[in-house]
Design a protein around this ligand. Structure first.
Ligand SMILES: [Mg+2]
Length: 434
């Protein structure tokens, strides 16, 4: 194969399920599932659960009987836990190469060609072993000369236990058989629509596509499709995307656990979302000057419907929570109408600039130079050390009856002191009782 590039794609196996198992090893080899927001439907399931014929996406209420019959363990989505364990995995991977692209919460590309490694299979196993030992999560490692082939290699690693979670596709003698095994719709970057089109031309597998005429591919699938085909042939066309581009818009919004009609509850939710959105803003060292608030009823219900939004531009860009809570509350009051059952409110920040780019203002001091920044730094530091929400604005409410339904939530084992795993033994219990 041409080129000397070497990529790895590391992907956590059934990530959400595996995260729930880290602190409950008794769940290994048992059917385990994770539910979407408001405990709506299944978003992740263990192989044991798949073996029972249950599929991703089914509404939770439809599997009640199976859950009882097979003692299936269901969990609400614990994004705090998943995010924290993900960060630990990425931290470990970053020690293997400076060129790490975090592709999603549970997947990363590593570029490895600057390393002098004689046994790549062994190297992959080392990565896998370290993540298992330090974080407790099983991963699969796919190695190849292009990102697209590394993705395919990862599939092989995951599918065939004989490879023990690591597969290097580079110059593999069975390359043809592997590419014959991969359907076009399963190739990274080939969407469902293109797959259908390719099928209609008799191109069914990755092998078929790799043999297609480059010119024809470019006509049918643009330059983007051509890159994919070249990548299948071992010609690296997709670079690492290393720069984390700051977001131009930040949205914080969630559906409520149950319909909300009271203005006070909506104000709490909006204040809470201002906290979440401005935290994201500060984490990327940005300021925002525009804010929009929106609210909507549930259009799938046969009830009176109402939806509206309103926006405002702050005098100077800011990342200070109270600046946004105050404005958002005024905006919400202006669009709120009593008598409706609201399903969702949201806050969107835009006109985002880097902290250092804030224009000087004749009348107001710039955020980065005034006490607002000091207060926010303190807030973030405390919440980082003591867990999210340790310090919060009272405007966001205490009981939060509007919050999404998460009745099956596991503890925040890694991000909240009060929810750390407790180890009980007779001796410690006795000591505590003394
Ligand atoms: Mg995964």
């Amino acid at each position: 194969m041409p080129g000397k590039e070497r990529y790895a794609l590391v992907d956590c196996n059934q990530f959400y399920v595996s995260c729930e198992r880290v602190f409950r090893p008794q769940l290994w080899n048992k059917p385990v599932g994770v539910l979407s927001n408001n405990d709506g439907c299944l978003v992740a399931l263990s192989p044991e659960m798949k073996a029972l014929g249950i599929k991703r996406g089914v509404p939770a209420f439809k599997i009640n009987d199976l859950v009882k019959k097979h003692d299936i363990q269901l969990f609400s989505s614990n994004y705090g836990l998943y995010g924290d364990l993900s960060a630990r995995v990425m931290q470990i991977l970053s020690e293997f190469t400076p060129e790490l692209e975090i592709y999603s919460i549970d997947e990363a590309f590593l570029r490895l060609d600057s390393l002098k490694i004689s046994d790549w299979q062994e190297y992959g196993r080392k990565m896998r072993g370290m993540i298992m030992k330090w974080v407790g999560l099983p991963v699969s490692v796919g190695l190849g000369p292009t990102k697209t082939l590394a993705k395919i290699a990862n599939r092989v690693a995951k599918k065939f236990p004989g490879y023990q979670g690591v597969f290097d596709i580079t110059d593999h003698p069975k390359l043809e058989a592997i590419l014959q095994w991969i359907q076009v719709e399963d190739i990274w970057g080939v969407g469902y629509r293109y797959a259908q089109k390719l099928n209609s031309y008799g191109i069914k597998t990755a092998w078929d596509l790799s043999k297609a005429d480059y010119k024809w591919v470019q006509q049918q699938m643009t330059i983007v499709g051509l890159r994919t085909v070249k990548e299948l042939n071992g010609i690296s066309c997709l670079d690492m995307e290393l720069d984390m581009v700051p977001k131009k818009q930040i949205i914080s919004s969630r559906s409520f656990g149950h319909p909300v009609s009271e203005l006070n509850e909506l104000l709490e939710a909006v204040a809470d979302y201002c906290q979440v959105a401005t935290l994201k803003l500060r984490q990327q060292h940005s300021l925002a000057s525009s804010i929009m608030v929106y609210l909507t009823t549930n259009r799938f219900r046969d009830e009176p419907q109402y939806a509206n939004y309103a926006g405002f531009k702050l005098a100077t860009p800011s990342a200070y929570v109270p600046d946004f809570i105050k404005t958002a509350s005024d905006l919400l009051r202006s669009i709120y109408r009593p008598g409706y059952k609201f399903k969702k409110v949201g806050v969107m920040l835009s006109n985002i600039i880097a902290e250092g780019q804030a224009p000087l203002d004749f009348f107001d001091r710039v955020y980065i130079d005034d006490e607002r920044k000091i207060v926010m730094d303190c807030l973030d530091k405390v919440n980082k050390v003591w867990g999210p929400g340790t310090l919060a604005y009272a405007a966001a409410g205490i009981n939060k009856g509007w919050q999404m339904k998460r009745q099956l939530l596991s503890p925040s084992y890694t991000s909240n002191w009060w929810q750390l795993l407790r180890v009980n033994s007779d001796r410690t219990t006795k000591r505590l009782n003394d």
